[in-house]
Design a protein around this ligand. Structure first.
Ligand code: KG4
Ligand code: ZN
Length: 342
């Protein structure tokens, strides 16, 4: 018998995503982003994001069904992000998912956004056949996860204690006069810079941090160090070497992210590292990850960029695993949980 067809709905931040999968086969993947509306504010405005989800929901769903050449009658289950994320944004996806589940009499599964970022890799590289470590780095999160079973057994090893990695990229870009969102701009500008030119700090890597913060990240000190460096140069009447500063900052973030993720694989005796989140697009991050995984003999899995950033296919991918395990559907009272733990 073929595996059930699962529709996934994502609305935790600024992307309205609808994906459709059959097991680990991707049938449709449509994303509408409200990023352009947030650019002029220099960050995500929750109210604007919620309204945009409301407008994008039906068109995104319609397009995904058309791409998969399916009707709602052929959908076996619906998965929706119930958290973590912006409450108002999550509620739009949840309301839409519940209405569809009721109208078409299919089970509804609330799923965790962070676990979904990991599950999506299975659409590209096949089912995990052993435990994996996942590194998630985006504008909203920076976590290291230990995944024994993607549907039911995911452990948070560590996370950022202040800014998320992507948030640090966005804030530093602003300091350097680059547009929002800053990650891609820093990546581009850094290509002409020397990553060793400014020795920026590597947060939470000192030996005194080993016990409490071994798997945690901190990027706010790094951001302040960049601000101080820029100020010093300006006060001295020197032109800020934007490419060098961008390259050095980017190197500091990516060095720490990959060093801790690879170390987590070693300590937990895991042979596969999965990377997800928008920062996975970063060229330096990929370079470090490739080097270090090769050195440590680890399999490195990075889904294609369109699946790394927020989307509905990742929610459908996790939903399909939950259905496959025979786990119970969510109650009709399923609500948004902005701080949902993994
Ligand atoms: O996963 P995502 O699309 O949305 C969430 O935040 O959940 O990630 C967006 C973040 C932004 O902070 C953006 O600056 C960062 O990912 N980003 C990058 C790159 N492309 C996007 N950061 C570093 N280098 C990049 N090439
Ligand atoms: Zn995300």
């Amino acid at each position: 018998m073929s595996e059930p067809v699962v529709l996934g709905i994502e609305s935790s931040c600024d992307e309205t995503g609808v994906g459709i999968v059959r097991g680990t086969e991707l049938l449709a993947h449509v994303v509408a982003s409200s990023m352009e509306e947030h650019v002029r504010y220099g960050g995500i405005v929750p109210e604007v994001a919620s309204r945009a989800h409301l407008e994008a929901f039906v068109p995104t769903l319609t397009e995904a069904l058309a791409d998969a050449d399916l009707t709602m009658a052929e959908i076996d289950a619906i998965a929706v992000t119930s958290g973590p994320g912006l409450t108002g944004a999550l509620l739009v996806g949840l309301a839409g998912a519940k209405a569809l589940a009721l109208a078409h009499d299919v089970p509804l599964y609330g799923v965790n956004h962070l676990a979904a970022h990991v599950a999506v890799d299975q659409l590209e590289h096949g089912r995990f056949d052993r435990r994996v470590v996942a590194l998630l780095a985006s504008g909203g999160h920076s976590e290291i996860l230990l995944v024994d079973d993607i549907a039911s057994d995911v452990t948070l090893l560590g996370q950022t204690i202040d800014d998320a990695a992507g948030e640090a990229f966005d804030k530093v870009a602003r300091l350097l006069g680059l547009p929002y969102p800053g990650g891609p701009h820093i990546d581009r500008v850094a290509a002409d810079g020397d990553p060793r030119s400014v020795p920026f700090p590597r947060g939470l890597t000192a030996s005194r941090d080993q016990e409490k913060h071994r798997w945690n990240f901190s990027f706010s000190g790094l951001k302040s160090a960049v601000a101080r460096h820029v100020q010093r140069e300006q006060l001295a009447g020197r032109e800020v070497a934007v490419a060098d500063v961008a390259a050095s900052f980017q190197d500091a973030v990516c060095d720490v992210l990959t060093a801790k993720a690879v170390e987590a694989c070693r300590v937990h005796d895991v042979g596969t590292l999965v990377i997800g989140g928008g920062v996975a697009a970063n060229s330096r991050l990929r370079w470090y990850a490739e080097q270090r995984c090769a050195e440590a003999g680890l399999e490195l899995r990075v889904p294609r960029l369109g699946l790394c950033t927020d989307n509905g296919a990742m929610v459908a991918a996790l939903g399909a695993e939950v259905v496959r395990r025979g786990l119970p559907p969510s109650a009709a009272t399923l609500g948004a949980d902005s701080g949902l733990p993994v």
